[in-house]
Ligand binder design. Structure first.
Ligand SMILES: Nc1nc2c(ncn2[C@@H]2O[C@H](COP(=O)(O)OP(=O)(O)OP(=O)(O)O)[C@@H](O)[C@H]2O)c(=O)[nH]1
Ligand SMILES: [Mg+2]
Length: 213
């Protein structure tokens, strides 16, 4: 049965900043569908979001790791459909307390957010699968959360080198059935952009799983 909402074509171009949350109870109501972008600090999460939404200013990017410290929500052109920029993990220059704080909030978000349809793990193609990346992959596998990997900054490598790097990543992820998409990406030259967008639409438009209760 089609409703007005499902008939509206999902588009990323009209994404709007909604709210920054430092903890779960500041997040928008847990209804509808959202996809979150995670990854180590400076990997290129905010840049990827800006490229996908064709809005250079949507998510703040920075040469200084640790720019995104809050969970930032962006609404799309369909009701209760959102993209989420998660704080980067692994930023060395913040205090241990602050790190613990981030990880706690990230953990709460990942474990409790029922409208989360998939996770995009952004990793620098030159430094993929850090310890924390692996933790995230394992978390997705354990929680049967669909995972998309963006191996970004591919413009920094020659094409042959980037291909070899992708093969290495694919081999390491072979055993993880949660990995639905592994995409060579670049926010600078838009490599992988169409494939990434298609996958996001697919996730966001999928019917939710039947409620457990
Ligand atoms: N050449 C190139 N540079 C990129 C690409 N993506 C991001 N960058 C650069 O990498 C740096 C970090 O990018 P951000 O998008 O701010 O990274 P982030 O993952 O959001 O970082 P935090 O908010 O600190 O977690 C910036 O200087 C970007 O311009 C890319 O595809 N190619
Ligand atoms: Mg950021």
């Amino acid at each position: 049965m089609d409703s007005d909402l499902t008939q509206k074509n999902l588009s990323f171009n009209s994404a709007r900043f909604m709210v920054s949350a430092s903890k779960l109870n500041e997040c928008p109501a847990d209804i509808g569908a959202e996809v979150a972008f995670a990854g180590r600090s400076n990997a290129g999460k905010s840049s990827a979001l800006n490229t996908i939404t064709v809005n250079g200013k949507l998510a703040r990017t920075s040469k200084t790791p640790g720019r995104t410290r809050l969970i930032n929500f962006f609404s799309l052109n369909r009701e209760n459909t959102r993209l989420v920029d998660l704080p980067g993990y692994g930023y060395a220059r913040v205090s241990r307390d602050m790190k613990d704080d981030w990880q706690t909030h990230l953990g709460h978000y990942l474990n409790d957010r029922r409208c989360l349809r998939g996770l995009v793990l952004v990793m620098d193609i030159r430094h993929p699968l850090t310890e924390f990346d692996q933790t995230m992959v394992q978390w997705c596998q354990h929680n049967t959360m669909p995972l998309m990997i963006l191996a970004t900054k591919s413009d920094k490598l020659k094409f042959g080198q980037a291909k070899t790097a992708m093969l290495g990543i694919r081999q390491k992820l072979n055993e993880f059935s949660c990995v639905q998409h592994l995409i060579m990406f670049s926010s600078s030259n838009k490599t992988g952009l169409d494939e990434c967008r298609q996958a996001l639409v697919h996730w966001l438009e999928a019917e939710p799983e039947a409620a457990e209760e």
